[in-house]
Write a protein that binds this ligand. Sequence first.
Ligand code: HEC
Length: 99
Amino acid sequence: MMKPSILIVMGLVLTASVAQADEPDLAHGKAVFSRNCALCHGAAGAGGLGPKLKGIKDRKTDAEIESQLKEPKGTMPKMYPAPVGDKDLADVVAYLKSL
Ligand code: HEC
């Protein structure tokens, strides 16, 4: 039988990770973008070797953006599941939609 204090700590850890999974972290999404995507898509998605991503939310759904990351069309390299993992992917999609 575990001590009640351990159960409380475990409960808090679980609550924290659920909250993190639900809420996109734009600062993290931006960091993921700068590290993995800006080289081709330009700083803040202005475009370059890859298409401009500013305003992408008016052209593509979340699912379409995610599928380009998971199964890229054209010459875009596949970066999922590494170095862009699930949490990175969700945050970078949220960041793209904010551009
Ligand atoms: C090596 C260059 C390169 C890198 C790095 C790269 N992309 Fe791309 N990306 C492209 C190219 C080229 C296309 C156009 C693909 C095609 O021919 O349809 C593209 C297309 C896209 C599209 C679809 C755009 C549209 O208007 O249809 C999205 C969304 C996208 N990239 C997001 C990302 C994200 C997010 C990252 C970082 C995790 C990333 N890309 C990294 C080159 C790159």
